[in-house]
Design a protein around this ligand. Structure first.
Ligand code: HEC
Length: 160
């Protein structure tokens, strides 16, 4: 990863962390400092078919996270690992048509997508380690990192 793309991911992560800032006791009053809430996400234009395809993939990403969590809770580490690798990890790149879509993405968004695929593949390995060691914690931590990559991209970008 190039240094400037890493910086963009870091900025997106910082934005994501910011969204956890507690409001003034009123959920609708969420604001950053005194300024009213503005949607600062960069608007990204995809061709319509790609937009629909991407959002459909997104819904599958969320479904995959639910399946992974259920599998972990049931001690089915192999299932958790393969769902992560096939649906979110580096192995999912081809089925997502990532190469076609990537050219419509700003570099920061590309980096955020790459971070998601890499972190999911790392989780897939940790889940296999859990099967061997019986220690779930490193896998849960790796899964939290996957979820953080979703949060980071969502904090920075929206589709038109
Ligand atoms: C590279 C950027 C990126 C990553 C990484 C990413 N998303 Fe998204 N996702 C988006 C964008 C952009 C939208 C559209 C948001 C908008 O236009 O308001 C979206 C929308 C969604 C939606 C709504 C789908 C719909 O039908 O409207 C879901 C659910 C979702 N993402 C889940 C996830 C999950 C879960 C992950 C992580 C495993 C994830 N996304 C990772 C960029 C990303």
């Amino acid at each position: 990863m190039k240094p400037h793309t890493l910086a963009t991911v870091t900025t997106a992560l910082a934005l994501a962390a910011c969204s956890h800032t507690p409001g003034a006791g009123d959920a609708s009053a969420h604001s950053h400092g005194a300024a009213p809430e503005v949607d600062a996400r960069a608007e990204v234009v995809f061709p319509e078919s790609m937009r629909a395809h991407t959002l459909s993939n997104m819904r599958d990403h969320l479904k995959a996270l639910a399946e992974i969590q259920a599998a972990l809770a049931e001690g089915r580490y192999d299932v958790a690992s393969s769902v992560a690798e096939q649906r979110l990890g580096m192995s999912s790149l081809k089925s997502h048509g990532a190469h076609d879509v990537a050219r419509y993405m700003p570099v920061g968004m590309q980096a955020a997508g790459e971070a998601m695929h890499r972190s999911a593949s790392r989780f897939a390995i940790e889940a296999q380690n859990s099967a061997a060691t019986g220690d779930l914690k490193p896998a849960v931590h790796a899964l939290a990192q996957v979820t953080s990559t979703c949060v980071a991209c969502h904090a920075g970008y929206r589709l038109r």
